[in-house]
Design a protein around this ligand. Structure first.
Ligand code: FAD
Length: 415
């Protein structure tokens, strides 16, 4: 039976970044990465917006603020060193409603506190920078260092790099069950592998993998679907920047925004509408009745308790599932946009939000659970792609020096 020192479950950006970091720290260690799909990065890591977030949303000094800011620098550098396309387009944050003025001020203060370069724009400078958007208050923020990367190319290059460093990457290798006493992992197709330490980076499945190791018992992932629309090439709109609305901090979603991708396409979205399966990308595929009922029950609890303003989010996001609701959100951001300018895009991602079943609330944090033989990354939602490299260092430090606490959570909103 094959054996390894470290077994990593999941070849998304987190699993691969951890493999790379572990190999750097312990060159002699044997590392196997299990990936259930035919190639790495086919779920969130390959289906995201590719925005290198700057870290302005998160509580100053918090883990997410630190990881995101540092991660954006390293991810940009990674693109450039590997010749991967990067659009250093910058980001505009604009209030769509007069009552958003205090939120804009809070974000400005947070950006300064987090060391993020930020400038105030008045109506005139906003018009000059991006004539297609508007501000309800006459003010907006400009974050010059925000950029858009190329997730698929990053995943491919990262997978090649870890392979060359001697990490074994097993595709079509789904972890089905674990024998904790013998420290053996049983794969779906019958193979087995013995491991010294396991790292769970299974993204949308991280909660069920953690439960097999006897951890993460209080959590269940709730998937939210991120749908995108694309600006048609012939549309009479010239968008050059990331343009985000100033969001309601309680609803925990970024809102419909523009993303100028590295291939020249302009995406609008993503939404965050409830999905009923961990891989419920389209139609009814990926929906399992028992699991869908659990998700429905958890969503109903959120709705009843109105945790973190969930009712408002449900209403707002529910509308965006439909063409008209989506286009209303687009027109709020881009007043000259017309319905015929946009077409739904096939790209769909699923945000794995972590639901705390004790509190009946969505967690806003990265949650890490750990014991002597395994470490679990739960709820690695945005900005985990941006943060992947410093996040991997943080996780490896925890593996080498296990914390005395079992669970760790950052304490800030998840955007
Ligand atoms: C619509 C959308 C937009 C986003 N936009 C951004 C953005 O602009 N910027 C940003 O920083 N972040 C963004 N994110 C978040 C970011 O994509 C994720 O945080 C990040 O990709 C998570 O990486 P991961 O490796 O944890 O998960 P994943 O990429 O999902 O990887 C997990 C892997 O584990 C595998 N796996 C699961 N179960 C098993 C098993 N039992 N055995 C073997 N393999 C298994 C899966 O097949 C998968 O490949 C976005 C997310 C979404 C959904």
């Amino acid at each position: 039976m094959p054996s390894c020192d470290f077994l990593i479950i999941g070849a998304g950006v987190i699993g691969l970044a951890v493999a790379r970091e572990l190999k750097r720290r312990q060159p002699a260690a044997s590392i196997v990465v299990l990936e259930k799909e035919a190639a790495p990065g086919l779920h969130s890591s390959g289906r995201n917006s590719g925005v290198l977030h700057s870290g302005l949303y998160y509580a100053p000094g918090s883990l997410k603020a630190r990881l995101c800011r540092q991660g954006a620098l390293e991810m940009a550098d990674w693109h450039e060193r590997h010749g991967i396309a990067l659009n250093r387009c910058g980001k505009i944050l604009t209030p769509l409603d007069a009552k958003d003025a205090p939120r804009l001020e809070s974000l400005y203060a947070r950006a300064l506190a987090n060391g993020v370069r930020v400038e105030r724009l008045d109506a005139q400078s906003l018009r000059e920078l991006e004539p297609e958007t508007r501000s309800a208050t006459g003010e907006a923020l400009w974050i010059p260092d925000a950029a858009v990367g190329t997730p698929a190319a990053v995943l491919k290059t990262l997978a090649n790099e870890v392979r060359q460093a001697g990490v074994e990457l097993w595709n079509n290798a789904e972890l089905a069950r674990v024998d904790l006493v013998a420290r053996q992992a049983f794969l779906k197709h019958g193979e087995r592998v013995r491991f010294g330490y396991a790292i769970n980076a299974a993204g949308l499945h991280a909660d069920s993998v953690a439960r097999q190791f006897g951890l993460g018992r209080h959590y269940a992932l709730l998937p939210f679907k991120g749908l995108y629309w694309k600006l048609k090439a012939e549309a009479n709109l010239c968008i050059r920047h990331l343009i985000y609305p100033v969001m309601d901090l309680r609803t925990l979603t970024l809102g419909i925004h523009t993303t100028p991708a590295t291939d020249g396409a302009i995406y609008l979205g993503p939404t965050a509408v409830p999905a009923f399966g961990r891989e419920h990308y389209q139609g009814m595929r990926g929906v399992r009745p028992v699991e869908a009922l659990r998700m429905l029950r958890d969503l109903a609890r959120l709705f009843l308790h109105d945790s973190e303003g969930y009712r408002q989010q449900a209403w707002q996001e529910g509308r965006r599932y439909f063409r008209r609701g989506f286009l209303d959100a687009v027109r709020a951001l881009l007043p000259n946009a017309r319905a015929e300018y946009f077409t739904p895009d096939a790209k769909t991602g699923l945000h794995p939000r972590l639901f705390d079943q004790r509190r009946g609330a969505l967690l806003q944090d990265f949650v890490i659970e750990q014991d002597a033989h395994s470490l679990h990354v739960l709820g690695a939602t945005s900005p985990a792609w941006t943060s992947a490299f410093p996040f991997a260092r943080h996780l490896c430090a925890r593996i080498e020096h296990p914390a005395t606490t079992k669970a760790e959570a950052t304490d800030e909103p998840d955007f």
